[in-house]
Design a protein around this ligand. Sequence first.
Ligand SMILES: [Zn+2]
Length: 209
Amino acid sequence: MTIEDFAKKINWLGHDGFRIDTEKTIYFDPFKIEGGPKADLIFITHDHFDHCSPEDVEKIQDSQTVIVTEKASAKKLSGDVRVLQPGESLSVDDIKIQAVHSYNTDKDFHPKSNNWLGFIVEIEGITAYHAGDTDFIPEMKDLEVDIAFLPVSGTYVMTAEQAVQAALAINPKLAIPMHYGAIVGDEQDAITFKRALEGKVEVLVLKKQ
Ligand SMILES: [Zn+2]
């Protein structure tokens, strides 16, 4: 599948929430969602309320749903919940999942020692990286991914300017800004991110679904 075709399957649900409609229905950090197609897989990066929301998970979870998350979030959720630490990987059917570090470097909201997560998910030959709530961390330089979902709001995560540096280090085929328009940050952060990367990294600013 081309990146372009894959990108058409990505729906931004606001904040860090996404639904990817491939053969499998995949969600990341569903928060304040209306509902939607039942999830085959739900990824939850950490247990802050705007990422691990049991009431939102309930709207899309059924008996077949697999949730992949870290241990603090797992305590708040039920069903088929798989716990990963950074560096660990897992396959669910034909989807390859790698858990990676996600943490702050100059603030204390997301300590590295919590082992909260970003995810690299390989779906239908495309690797998509959801960074979680993170700053620009050294581990990003070693990532090889096609699509990168990166936070841009500042305050709890990296700013748009820092996210530009992260995108340049990761050098994905496509970067998608997130973590704005809900708790902190607004579309201007996404636009700042896109403009600064013009001619360097392709950026797609999604409309909230
Ligand atoms: Zn957080």
